[in-house]
Design a protein around this ligand. Sequence first.
Ligand code: NAI
Length: 303
Amino acid sequence: VTRQLSTSVGRQGPVKYLTVIGSGLMGSGIAQVAAATGHNVTLVDQTDDILNKSMGNMKKSLERVAKKKYADNPKDGEEFISGVMGRISTNTDSSKAVEKADLVIEAIVENLGVKKQLFSALDKAAPQHTIFTSNTSSIPITDIAASTQRRDRFGGLHYFNPVPMMKLLEVVRTSETNDETFNTLMEFGKAMGKVTVPCKDTAGFIVNRLLVPYMLEAVRLVERGDAAPRDIDVAMKLGAGYPMGPFELSDYVGLDTMKFILDGWHERDPDHPLFKPSALLNKLVGEGKLGMKTGEGFYKHKK
Ligand code: NAI
């Protein structure tokens, strides 16, 4: 009854005030693009040091954008940058940071317990109309939403790295997400300049559900001695027209991330053949060969 009541008094117009929690790789990208498209953003992280660093990174990224976009008029470029940065404020207190929010996007560490703890606190601090979302790649949205009393106003917004470059946004609705919330999320995604695709709350949504098993199948080809990584990459680029081969992509994504996603799916669905662990992937991760970020994965990289 409370849920129905809270929905009927809801005020889910277009999103003006956005709070992004977690200012790492994804959160800072989301904050930057949202501010660049005219939204007021509050960015939250654990310390001011982390937040200052993120603000610096966003500024650098905007400078690259401005250099291209305002090549003939550097003054307009500077105005663009200061305008965008001026729409982003920072806070280390997540409960305070959601007091005015129309929408919250969570992009903190990929851990269900930590996410639930955060949302349960936010649920008490945020207004009734505030929509909650997670950018999780591998945890069911339904499980995170269970920590709140607003499961009807809870969905997933799954962005792609790097957020300023990647056009796609997967908008995830659970069996409890109401229509108004879902529509607001689709509209918000478009207002951010993204192409939105709706999907249900299933393992990997659309992109990762297809991509991660594909990358793992490539690893299994190598494990069986059927072909070498370099040749598989050449084959998929020239034969399937993919911009990167599966091993180049694995090194870019991070082997630890791939393993983490796969292990999570395997735990939830142990009989699924595509979700079975890979000895080679586990070995490389065990050796700290995580891909580009550590200088070596399937390939050696210049740091
Ligand atoms: P990251 O490690 O770069 O950033 C996480 C940030 O959250 C850190 O700055 C950390 O200090 C902060 N944080 C952790 N706990 C917090 C808390 N309780 N309150 C406030 N801040 C907190 O991680 P990344 O890569 O940005 O991932 C974040 C989320 O986005 C994860 O759920 C991940 O699954 C998802 N994701 C990641 C993608 C990627 O390519 N890295 C792609 C799509 C989704």
